[in-house]
Ligand binder design. Sequence first.
Ligand SMILES: *Cc1c(COP(=O)(O)O)cnc(C)c1O
Length: 491
Amino acid sequence: MIYQSTRDHRLAASSTRAVLDGIAPDGGLYMLDHMEALDFDWRSLLEKDTMSMSAEILSALLPEFADMSALVKSGYAGKFETDELTPTVSVGDRHVLELFRGPTSAFKDVALSLLPRLITAAKDVEGESGDTVILTATSGDTGKAALEGFHDVPGTKIIVFYPHGGVSPVQQAQMTTQVGDNVCVCAVRGNFDDAQTGVKNIFAACAGRDLDGARLSSANSINIGRLVPQIVYYFKAYADLVNAGRIKAGQPVHYVVPTGNFGDILAGYFAKLLGLPVGKLVCASNANNVLTDFIETGVYDKRRPFHKTTSPSMDILVSSNLERLLYLLCGCDNEYVADRMRELKEHGVYRVNETLLQKLRAEFACGCASDEDAADAIETVWREQGYLMDPHTAVAWCVSEQFMASRQDDAPVVVLSTASPYKFPAAVLSALGQEPDADEFAALDQLHALTGVPIPKNLAALREMPVRHTDVIDKEDMLSYVLRKVGEKQW
Ligand SMILES: *Cc1c(COP(=O)(O)O)cnc(C)c1O
């Protein structure tokens, strides 16, 4: 099976190559044409456990990997709170899909527990022996989840860039205390988009260049190896609803997804292409609502103020994975995609044609919520349902409310929950009407004393750990920083 760049069909790659390279040489993203034509028996998946579901979905989309079952088992074994990985719980008239029960309490653990295994296995298949250097830009959660996945994995090194002052203190402590001989964490003066653009530019600058025998790869969701493992929990939540007798197999389910880089929600669209009866995919944004406007009008316009919100992992104005959706919706016309991406780069804006807009609106709904709306939702759902949400999940909860008020059916609604409330204790405490302790670790205890909800072990342990990473650089210096690091033997 062949992956191709969204911008140029001649740039093709096997699934192992696509996972190793992360991004296509022209800056496009690797995609599979006609996923809906795969011979995939989605119904039989519903009876399987999460690990088996995962192995089957991964094998179907990444066929060059050998023994996916073993990779999946070793990737997840003992790392999550439950063997089902991502439980679904009922909260009032909705269902919450809890994706944060992994080693760093963020949904990115689902994919990043597996990606290092995929990269190591891909190197075997491709006969590559040099170091793989993982470059990652993070809005807060990817960085730690990637560090956790890659630290001390032989043959790999990882460099994480995060926006200086742009992540929560808990998120920052998670990253700056990371242990491992192959890890490097660096703050960039700028926002997430600056860090992400910087990483993309480094890939472009290093294409074809010898970096002391090392090769660059990405742990961001531009890497197809990040997206495919995320398809699994859409199936898992659906199977849970079938097994609970809430629906019969074949009936639709709506999913509301707190969205930033458009990776999570795109995995839901992949699930639909594989046959899963997904109703609407509802794209939930915070005040950075560039996607809400896009889905409503067909105009993607990033020329707007950047807002720092209480849901920082969604503070994004350039959603990389939207490029993959455009590619699928325009019938895999790579020139069309390349033109839109050029417009975005040169003018900061593009408009899609009417046909594409109609297809988009047939599959996706959207909405946005302010910090105040999200805080109200945290308070109300806690008071009425005894369920504690983090600010990202709360944004999705608000948008699910807007969606349910306007929809025409009564299909179940699943809200994806992407982080533990303990990753953002100050915002959650404020939402609950408390004055948060200025020390964020004291705030963890304060939230626990107030709610009785257990603190995830990995977060409770943080305060004892020494800070190991203190670098701060300008965004213009990211390339020279990487080149210098790659040249150093001892990290
Ligand atoms: C990354 C992240 C998101 C956004 O997911 P995308 O795949 O980037 O759209 C939402 N919530 C949390 C907590 C995240 O870490």
